[in-house]
Ligand binder design. Structure first.
Ligand code: ADQ
Length: 721
């Protein structure tokens, strides 16, 4: 692989290292090559570019010194972490979930915390050795929270993730209680690669629907806080030349008795469809007698995850099926199914791929499936036929394979019969086309493309357009009167060093006026500022204003509202103000807003802010007020159980009666933590938008990046049909 990339060191991390250590009770420690497709993907890139690979060794200890061309580093796991993070959350929750098998998903309450903790450890280990121009490349579903923790430690890190399994569709994915936490973990990456466009599209659906983030589907980008995340399909290939060479050089297999060979090769996993495949072979023998005694089915299965109950049950089920089918059709000279429960050395596997007449690859669901590609690369003699499940990622490109639905036992049997009887010219044409594609799109091409994309600078999304609002709230708003609640600072006006400088732009003023001019649209401004203050900042008399986080509300067509406890706390706030004032110096100052006070310290040197905020919080609490952190400020709020959510519902009830929800539609946009109360109160009742680039969880339905996006929304609302 040519190094096409502008980074210094490549740091890969995956659950497993390419070698596994076993420490048997008796005898010496064994070092084995790890099985599975992931190792085959990462190893060539690291061999070509050098770098480090972090992962678990399968047993305690340091990584062995091997001449690989890159360094190995062991990340240790305790026995309970192996149980909860690896066998538990990774393999019993995420694996079946991502393979769209929700009935197999196990939800154990403690496993998530361990999964997250192990991901944090990976992040710490990576952060400890990360140079400023290094590229971090994370692999697979075990490490979906690592990027989030790494970004906390190293905000400027460049991080790519490749998911080797499918990404489940929204309807299945949302079964996961931590669905949002996991998405946020992944979105801390700069690039997220999937095998095929369908998985990327499922991911974009989930991000849009579960996190309300803005997604550009054409450009495959996501606006995530202040960053842009690139998503894409990078179909994995194999080291084609190596397989082909091995197949040319390997000695003949043991199956040279003239029988034709149908071959299955898998990790022993319920996603691979092995029992269904055995039943299909049985059906072939039932229905197409001509294959009896002329065909053998060789099924290789590498032992896998036997600590998980489902895998032990699967093994038993396969043993029984093989026994039953062989008992039913076999005789002294012919055993229809040869089942080998073990790993084969590379040259023996290549020989078997080469000598097989049919590669039968029928997973129920598979991210890609490298066996299909390896079979094709090794068909260096008389070409055989690949029968491939439509539900494997590989089927999206390997169009010349005979494709089957693995659940349809009769269909697979018929296709197997077709494969065994396919005319030579058809067989040759199909295999040559498959081989050419895999030769070109091999693992080296894949690594080059993915790493070049990961090292490329991110481009941000185009500003929001009217079509975006049409799609998000067009149907929701059409034909209804609207009540639109808007926070002021950070929503209608940019945050400014001093509150008096946070003015509306001319464009925003125009957009507000255009909305307010519509008879079917009411605007309510909800702010933490005092009522008179926010009214004078906006300066449009005909609107409803809620000041002091909704403790005081006024507007046309409704009785002015003042929370009954307000006067009491106004008096107490008068006494608290000088105490807070006494803490202030060098530009820190106290804003008096009636019952609420705000101590601003934006002007203060950064190192003096935290001690001042702490002192302010103590004084505020001692005075019986609630301290609340705000942007470069601490607020003293009266301990009144009334927030912006109560205020919004109060306005709606007062102006439109108890049954307001049957007569109008509500929109709420705000940038502040205090707006979260309103988002929660309006959950299911209105369309809610959280403004800003901070990446914290929100109860709002959608996110908008900044004040200009709010202006675009108001313009769309003013012009809507
Ligand atoms: P796996 O689920 O492990 O990989 P797959 O892609 O088929 O599935 O890779 C299996 C690997 O194991 C192949 O390289 C194969 O040669 C090897 N193997 C299987 N049986 C063997 C045997 N008996 N002896 C020796 N070797 C054997 C995951 C995803 C896949 C995705 C890969 C790579 O589930 O969908 O293709 O990662 O991203």
């Amino acid at each position: 692989m040519d190094p096409p990339v502008n980074f210094d060191q490549l740091i890969c991390a995956s659950n497993r290292l390419p070698v596994t250590i076993r420490r048997p009770r008796r005898g010496p420690t064994e070092v084995e090559r790890s099985s599975g497709g992931l190792v085959a993907a990462i190893d060539p890139a690291l061999r070509a570019l050098g770098g480090r690979w972090l992962g678990w060794l399968g047993a305690p200890g340091t990584a062995p010194e091997l001449d690989l061309g890159y360094a190995l580093e062991a990340v240790e796991l305790s026995p309970s972490e192996v149980r909860r993070y690896y066998h538990g959350y990774s393999n019993s929750t995420l694996w079946p979930l991502f393979h769209t098998l929700p009935e197999r998903v196990r939800l154990e309450p403690h496993n998530w915390a361990t999964y997250d903790a192990v991901n944090r450890r990976f992040a710490e280990r990576i952060a400890g050795q990360l140079g400023p121009k290094d590229l971090v490349w994370l692999h697979d579903y075990h490490l979906l929270r690592t990027a989030l923790h790494l970004r906390e430690l190293r905000p400027d890190a460049r991080i790519a993730l490749f998911l080797h399994v499918p990404f489940a569709p929204y309807d299945v994915y949302r079964v996961l209680p931590q669905s949002r936490d996991l998405l946020r973990g992944m979105l801390a990456c700069d690039l997220i690669g999937f095998h095929v466009p369908g998985y990327a599209s499922n991911f974009l659906d989930c991000v849009e629907r579960l996190l309300g983030e803005r997604v550009d589907r054409d450009a495959e980008r996501i606006e995530h806080g202040a960053r842009t995340v690139q998503v894409g399909a990078f179909p994995l290939g194999i080291d084609y030349a190596a397989f082909e060479k091995r197949a040319r050089e390997a000695p003949a297999t043991d199956w040279d008795s003239g029988e034709r060979i149908v071959l299955g090769v898998d990790r022993l996993d319920y996603t691979k469809g092995i029992p269904e495949r055995l039943l299909a072979f049985e059906r072939l023998l039932e229905r197409f007698h001509e294959h009896r005694r002329r065909v053998v089915f060789v099924q290789l299965a590498v032992p896998s995850r036997h600590q998980v109950t489902d895998y032990r049950n699967l093994k038993r089920q396969i043993d029984e099926l093989v026994g039953r089918i062989n008992g039913r059709f076999g005789d002294a000279r012919w055993t229809p199914i040869h089942y080998l429960y073990r790993s084969l050395r590379p040259e023996r596997l290549a020989a078997l791929y080469r000598d097989a007449d049919v590669g039968l690859v029928t997973p129920l669901r598979d991210g890609m499936n490298l066996v299909a590609k390896e079979f094709v690369a090794c068909q260096v003699g008389e070409p055989g036929v690949l029968v491939l499940s439509r539900l494997a990622g590989a089927a999206e490109s390997m169009e010349e394979a005979l494709r089957v639905n693995p659940y349809n036992v009769d269909g697979v049997a018929e296709t197997l019969h077709r494969a065994l009887t396919l005319p030579d010219d058809d067989r040759i044409a199909r295999m040559r086309a498959l081989q050419q594609r895999e030769r070109e799109h091999d693992v080296h091409a894949w690594g080059r493309e993915l790493l070049a994309a990961a090292a490329a600078p991110a481009t941000t999304l185009a500003p929001v357009r009217p079509e975006d609002f049409e799609r998000w709230i067009g149907r929701f708003a059409r034909g209804w009167p609207l009540v639109v609640f808007l926070d002021y600072d950070g929503t209608l006006a940019e945050i400014a060093p001093h509150p008096s400088e946070a003015q509306l732009s001319a464009g925003m003023r125009e957009a507000l006026a255009a909305c307010a001019a519509r008879k079917d649209t009411e605007l309510v401004i909800v702010s933490g500022r005092a009522l008179d203050d926010v009214r004078s900042m906006v300066g449009v008399d005909s609107l409803v204003y809620a000041g002091n986080h909704g403790l005081e509300i006024e507007g046309p067509g409704m009785e002015p509202f003042e929370h009954p406890d307000l006067t009491h706390y106004e008096e107490r706030a008068l006494r608290l103000a000088p105490e807070l004032d006494a803490l202030c110096s060098d530009g820190a100052w106290v804003e008096e807003k009636g019952a609420t006070l705000t101590l601003h310290f934006r002007e203060l040197a950064p190192e003096r802010r935290a001690p001042l905020a702490q002192a302010a919080r103590e004084v505020i609490s001692a005075a019986g007020f609630q301290p609340r952190d705000a942007r470069c400020a601490v607020e003293a709020r009266p301990p009144i159980a009334w927030d912006k959510g109560h205020a919004a519902l109060h306005v709606l009830r007062e102006r439109h009666g108890q049954a307001w929800s049957t007569a109008l539609r509500v929109i709420y946009a705000g940038d502040d933590d205090t707006d979260e109360d309103a988002f929660r109160a309006l959950q299911g009742l209105g369309a809610t938008f959280r403004i800003g680039t901070a990446d914290q969880p929100t109860s709002a339905r959608r996110r908008l990046r900044d004040v200009s996006a709010v202006e675009a929304m108001l313009r769309w609302l003013a012009a809507r049909s």
